[in-house]
Design a protein around this ligand. Structure first.
Ligand SMILES: Cc1cc2nc3c(=O)[nH]c(=O)nc-3n(C[C@H](O)[C@H](O)[C@H](O)COP(=O)(O)O)c2cc1C
Length: 330
């Protein structure tokens, strides 16, 4: 970048941290273009999951999480982002244009940024220690600043019912099972869900977890899961709302990590349209569109924290000038 804006090394360091964002099946469906005065985020539809995520909700949420990770990384490096979401109505895959202005990082900025490399999706059972109400309030406050609501789900029955139906539909859907088998049970790849990060299926679980292939993560916890369950929702259900939901999810995940809480996203029930509608009506009482759910809680103190999951190299994610992906921005 030029003209008093961050140098290339800083931008690439921030983009590398942005790439640590969570994504559905760890597909990392984002591309970046570094222009003279801005950084641009694009949705990479070639990495879509048509059977799992037919309306592309999860992949846009994933990009929203990467956008927020970029904002957090840049802020900690002394650059405040000004984000223009979906700047070109003719190109809905051009998700954001980010310009940067000098900023003095605060201790909170630095803390949030440190959480990027410490965060993991933790699929273990969580302990019965409760989460102080103030922490849940902080999640709600930070998500609201990004345009999303976070609610704790006290009556889980509608979610349990939706999760059972969704996992039954998916179990009978060959295309879904093929996609999941392709993207999980991985060893030594730069994307997908590694076998070493997924515990074996626990059929007695209250909320059925996604049935990733080749589970190799040993969870010594024998007690039932005591996670709190949160839902993240938005007032509309368009591209910008999904992007914002991803940003808010990232903010909640990084905040929770900073506190020492474990987290695990859970979206399978929302991938089936009729079940998403039920959760909207029965859990959010029609007040918001559910975008994702999240287990949050205190992980067991026994060793066995999930390892870091792999990421694609930044060179694969940068849009080259000669690539036909959106119009070249300034
Ligand atoms: C939109 C979205 C949906 C996800 N859905 C699930 C899910 O249903 N079950 C699950 O165990 N993990 C889910 N994840 C977590 C991803 O599998 C995880 O982020 C990815 O494997 C990378 O691992 P990491 O979060 O430890 O970096 C989801 C993540 C995102 C962003």
């Amino acid at each position: 970048m030029k003209n008093g804006l961050p140098d290339d090394t800083t931008v690439k360091a921030a983009l590398t941290l942005a790439g640590r964002a969570p994504s559905v099946h760890n597909i990392q469906p984002w591309r970046w273009r570094i222009a003279d005065h801005s950084v641009h985020l694009y949705l990479d539809r070639r990495r879509a999951l048509p059977a799992t995520d037919p309306d592309h909700r999860d992949i846009v949420i994933s990009c929203g999480a990467a956008l927020h990770h970029l904002a957090v990384a840049m802020t900690a490096m002394g650059w405040a982002p000004v984000i223009h979401r979906v700047p070109d109505p003719a190109d809905p895959d051009h998700l954001a244009a980010v310009t940067l202005i000098p900023h003095r990082p605060t201790p909170v900025d630095i803390e949030l940024s440190k959480s990027i490399s410490r965060r993991r999706t933790d699929r273990r059972h969580y302990t019965s220690w409760s989460i102080p109400a103030g922490y849940l309030g902080l999640f709600a406050e930070r998500a609201a600043a990004l345009g999303a609501v976070v609610r704790r789900i006290d009556d889980r029955e509608p979610v349990r019912a939706a999760a059972r139906v969704a996992s039954g539909i998916h179990a009978g859907d060959e295309a879904y099972r093929f996609e999941l088998a392709m993207w999980s049970g991985r060893h030594g790849s730069v994307d997908g869900v590694p076998a070493r990060n997924t515990p074996a299926p626990r059929p007695a679980d209250d909320l059925p977890a996604r049935m990733f292939a080749g589970a190799e993560f040993s969870d010594p916890t024998s007690q039932p899961d005591h996670a709190d369950l949160l839902v993240i929702g938005t007032s509309a259900d368009d591209q910008v709302s999904r992007l914002r939901a991803g940003e808010a999810i990232s903010s909640v995940l990084l905040t929770a990590t900073g506190i020492g809480l474990a987290t695990c996203l859970l979206t399978e029930p929302l991938e089936i349209s009729a079940q998403r509608t039920k959760i909207r009506e029965q859990v959010l009482h029609g007040s918001a569109f559910p975008q994702a759910m999240l287990r949050v809680g205190w992980a067991p103190t026994s060793p066995g924290k999930p390892p870091e999951t792999p990421r694609r190299p930044l060179t694969e994610l940068l849009v080259r000038d000669d690539e036909a992906l959106g119009s070249p921005p300034q």
